[in-house]
Ligand binder design. Structure first.
Ligand code: FPP
Length: 250
């Protein structure tokens, strides 16, 4: 029996974000190059996207490449870029067929031209997908995103299109790359580390966190459902007390 049958369909996380960690260590443990770990990581993405879609999750955000990852050896960075082009090209037709819409958040201006073009083509081709929105965080970091937001807000205030008194949490959210996405309900990090690594800092203010030792290339459908079941046992209070949450649910 699959754990999917145990999920409470009235309490599904609408948005799951994942920090996919452990590709390098997965490869090292097998005496392979780190690149082999990333290749297996792509297979895990495919499995987990299908599983999320099957469980009616609406948004899945994957931290594929952080601003800090640009500092890795150029061989690894180039390998990751090639892998992204290969995976996006290979998967676009299947994504489209399965109603998966690709969205990208991050500083895409830093990506090599051919990666940007492949990505834009995939985004364009899959734009009509209504079943699952697969958000790829690429050349992304929260501090970059918040700095950009501050810069744009200041520019708009100077230009007179935004008044300083109007700035509140909702307005600030509109200046982020995630402006069209709901905040994540559940954040999963694989690979045993327990930190947020500059990912969705603003958006995760009330997100439930789930950490697992499993390396990303070994993460699969059942591991995803296990994380969702764990999430469903929690009470989300948003700073309130249990009794208030219970009376809201009546
Ligand atoms: C973390 O493992 C993984 C990454 C930084 C890269 C993940 C990217 C992919 C699998 C390709 C994505 C492709 C598409 C199309 C979205 P790590 O290298 O930090 O592992 P380690 O902590 O064990 O060294």
């Amino acid at each position: 029996m699959s754990l999917i049958d145990k999920l409470d369909h009235n309490r599904l996380p609408a948005h799951i974000a994942i920090i996919m960690d452990g590709n390098g260590r997965w490869a090292k443990a097998r005496g392979l190059d780190r690149g082999e770990g990333h290749k297996e990581g792509v297979e895990a993405i495919r499995r987990v996207a299908e599983a999320a879609s099957r469980a009616s999750v609406q948004y899945l955000t994957l931290y594929a490449f952080s601003t800090e990852n640009w500092r890795r050896p150029s061989e690894e960075v180039n390998g990751l870029m090639d892998l992204m082009v290969y995976a996006l090209t290979r998967e676009t037709a299947a994504l489209k067929k399965n109603g998966v819409r690709i969205v990208c958040i991050g500083n895409v201006d830093r990506l090599p031209g051919h990666v940007r073009e492949t990505l834009q083509e995939c985004i364009h081709e899959t734009a009509g997908g209504e079943r699952l929105t697969l958000v790829i965080a690429l050349s992304y970091s929260s501090k970059w995103e918040l700095t950009e937001a501050a810069r744009k807000i200041s520019r708009d205030v100077k230009a007179g299109t935004l008044r300083e008194e109007e700035i509140n949490e909702e307005i600030l959210s509109q200046y982020l790359t995630t402006r069209d996405l709901p905040d994540p309900d559940l954040l999963i990090r694989t690979g045993g580390e327990q930190r947020i690594s500059n990912f969705l800092l603003w958006q995760c203010a009330y997100t439930e966190f789930y950490f697992t030792e499993t390396f990303w290339p070994d993460f699969n459908e059942e591991e995803l459902y296990k994380a969702i079941l764990n999430y469903q046992k929690r009470e989300r209070r948003y700073g309130m007390i249990s009794e208030q949450i219970e009376s809201d649910q009546k």
